[in-house]
Design a protein around this ligand. Structure first.
Ligand code: 5GP
Ligand code: MN
Length: 347
């Protein structure tokens, strides 16, 4: 059990009222949905459906294949594939939830449509500095994940007893994927209280671990081996590592979306490496390099990403995007090392 509520009681009451008045709810999450985005959406959706709401989940684009184990994760619209149907659902909505993102720009083309919709909007998120897209904002950057936050809100609303196995499994998966299975962002004892309460609802940790992480494609590991052998450069004087992957390599190994997930973390296991960047050519968009940044200690990936890679995120896990060739992106990385030399060498 938790000691007390971390929320403003008025906000919880407002949330309760808005949910009770709504019939058609839309839930949207950030582009390239990860486990926390998918889990928070399906977890909240399962609860809302249980209390009689019509719920439509809209993802801006495709989710990785390995997240198919999230209950009902197939049950969504994709804005990139079905913009008209999505727009209709947004127009018909009388309540919109924005989960696991803090700014309109994180949902691509959908951002303008959500912003224009004249309907009450609620943001539930754990990234710093939310924008003004929503009317009611639950922004708690100290939380491990949006899934932990959704759980805590539902618990505070007195709905724990009611939560279904599917809601709990969805939220559990989001917590696991956003914390590297409780290896980072998980120092607060409340994270473990939450996990314990989810286990009480029947979650089998071993089973979920196997479903999520012991089901990879062969191509993923062949490609990972190639990357570590041929595409990894270490910069020991900066405590930094760089990995790259081109479109051609991605295709050569027969990779599918999600196969590169987690690769950026691997170099952090090397002694003396505290900052890791992964540059990956986008397979769908021309001239686009997706950037992933991870760090240990006090290195602020979000500051580096905002300054050099058009992105942001959390202090130790951020992303960004460049519109240039891979060679130019490597140049940007080299300049970032110099620009943030003091921060990188201080660790
Ligand atoms: P990933 O490396 O898994 O793509 O992203 C790690 C984290 O960085 C995400 O959870 C998200 O918080 C943030 N992030 C990823 N891409 C972007 C981006 O393009 N812009 C911003 N502002 N944040 C991003
Ligand atoms: Mn998250």
């Amino acid at each position: 059990m938790f000691n007390d509520s971390i929320f403003d009681a008025q906000n919880i009451e407002l949330l309760r009222k808005k949910i009770s008045q709504a019939n058609n709810v839309v839930i949207c999450v950030h582009v390239s949905p990860d486990g926390d985005a998918v889990g928070s959406a399906t977890g909240l959706a399962a609860y809302l459906r249980q209390i009689g709401k019509n719920v439509t989940i809209i993802f801006p684009n495709q989710m990785p294949d390995f997240l198919k184990v999230v209950p009902s994760s197939y049950d969504h619209l994709r804005y990139d594939r079905s913009p008209e149907a999505s727009d209709l659902m947004i127009k018909a909505a009388d309540l919109i939830f924005c989960l696991d993102f803090n700014s309109k720009s994180r949902i691509t083309d959908m951002g303008d449509k959500i912003a224009e919709a004249k309907v009450y909007k609620i943001m539930i998120d754990h990234h710093l500095d939310p924008d003004d897209l929503c009317d009611l904002v639950f922004s708690y950057p100290e939380m491990s994940s949006t899934c932990e936050l959704v759980f805590r809100i539902l618990w505070t609303m007195g709905e724990y007893e009611k939560l279904s196995f599917d809601t709990c499994k969805s939220l559990y998966i989001g917590m696991m994927t956003d914390t590297g299975e409780l290896s980072y962002n998980s120092n607060r004892s409340e994270v473990f209280t939450t996990i314990a309460m989810l286990i009480e609802k029947g979650i089998d940790r071993d089973e979920v671990h196997n479903e999520l992480f012991m089901n990879g494609t062969e191509s993923r590991y062949r490609m990972q081996g190639h990357m570590l052998k041929d595409n990894l450069t270490l910069y020991p004087e900066f405590g930094a590592a760089l990995q790259t992957l081109t479109k051609e390599e991605f295709k050569e190994y027969g990779c599918i979306k999600g196969d590169t997930e987690g690769n950026v973390n691997i170099p952090l296991s090397i002694k003396g490496i505290n900052f890791s960047v992964f540059l990956r050519e986008d397979t769908e968009k021309e001239n686009t390099i997706r950037v992933s940044l991870r760090s240990l200690g006090d290195i602020k990936c979000n500051e580096i990403s905002a300054a050099c890679f058009n992105g942001g995120g959390h202090a130790r896990a951020s992303g960004g995007e460049l519109h240039c060739s891979m060679e130019e992106a490597v140049e940007v990385f080299n300049k970032a090392l110099i620009k943030f030399e003091d921060m990188l060498k201080a660790k």
